[in-house]
Design a protein around this ligand. Structure first.
Ligand code: MF3
Ligand code: CO
Ligand code: CO
Length: 276
């Protein structure tokens, strides 16, 4: 967790340490979020069997710089890449490298940019070639689970309401929610309170207030929920080697509900492939 000690921030903190942002702050998040989402739109044509995940990351790193932004992940706790690329049974924090995609591989690409001091964090699923039907179903359920969570965002609801909406939807589809990683507050910092759990009980946890900024980023497994981190200290995989998927949006709480900061400018958040 980061603590924002260097900057003077407006707004206030709740008793749970969650920052309440002001109206003008939404504009900063909108720009950062749109850039992160645009970069994911731009990689869509690259996702084909034979491409190396390191090449996708190099493209993202170059484009972040060209846009006058900074990568939030390069240098973060020793991480050295502009994206995380998590293929098949990798749950999250996959390290881009010289591995080549194969036909039918499913992958999450997660990008966080810093633009004018604001953090935009988003990830979505891509497919190299043609997905299997079970992979396609996993991806659809994970996407829809994120939106079940977003639908629970409005002042007066709680973070437990978000987690419960996601968990009950995923388990109703006979899949499992990863417990070992969660969403997070963000804004002028990468990771801030609260932990946004993707499971939970209605009415529990902090109460949502207008001006809170956080991510929702459920990871869903076809098999069991348990994960383990590989010897590289980053790559998280499913213990049972089952396929895993994830989608992530950065959002702000408004008077009516949620504003999604990381909407795809091209309308390609899901699906990223042509289902024909
Ligand atoms: N973007 C990830 C998240 O959603 C964090 C990646 S940290 C890294 O919170 F160091 F692995 F890149
Ligand atoms: Co995140
Ligand atoms: Co992310």
């Amino acid at each position: 967790m980061e603590r924002d000690v260097n900057q003077t921030h407006h707004g206030r903190l709740t008793r749970d340490g969650i920052r309440i942002h002001e109206a003008a702050d939404f504009a900063g998040m909108r720009a950062a979020g749109a850039l992160a989402a645009k970069l994911l739109d731009e990689v869509i044509p690259m996702i084909e069997p034979g491409v190396m995940t390191g090449d996708i990351d190099a493209f993202i790193e170059r484009r972040v710089g060209e846009e006058g932004a900074t990568s939030a992940t390069i240098g973060y706790k020793g991480y050295r890449h502009a994206s995380c690329i998590s293929v098949n049974h990798v749950v999250c924090h996959g390290i881009p490298g010289d591995k080549r995609l194969k036909d039918g591989d499913i992958l999450n690409i997660d990008v966080t940019v810093i633009l004018d001091g604001w953090f935009g964090d988003t990830s979505r699923m891509f497919v190299a070639g043609r997905p299997s039907r079970k992979a396609e179903r996993l991806i659809d359920v994970t996407h829809d689970a994120l939106f079940e969570g977003i639908a629970a965002v409005k002042p007066g609801n709680t973070f437990g309401d978000i987690g419960h909406a996601i968990q009950s939807f995923v388990e109703g589809n006979r899949m499992s929610v990863v417990r070992d990683f969660c969403g997070h507050g963000l804004g002028r910092v990468f990771h801030a309170p609260p932990n946004v759990l993707h499971y939970g009980r209605p009415g529990t946890g902090p109460v949502l207030e207008e001006g809170m900024f956080f991510t929702i980023e459920p990871m869903v497994n076809l098999g069991r929920p348990e994960t383990k981190v590989l010897a590289d200290d980053w790559t998280a995989v499913t213990r049972d080697k089952s396929l895993s998927a994830q989608f992530e949006h950065s959002i702000g709480v408004t008077a009516e509900g949620a504003e999604i900061f990381t909407l795809s400018p091209a309308g390609r958040f899901h699906p990223t492939y042509s289902p024909d």
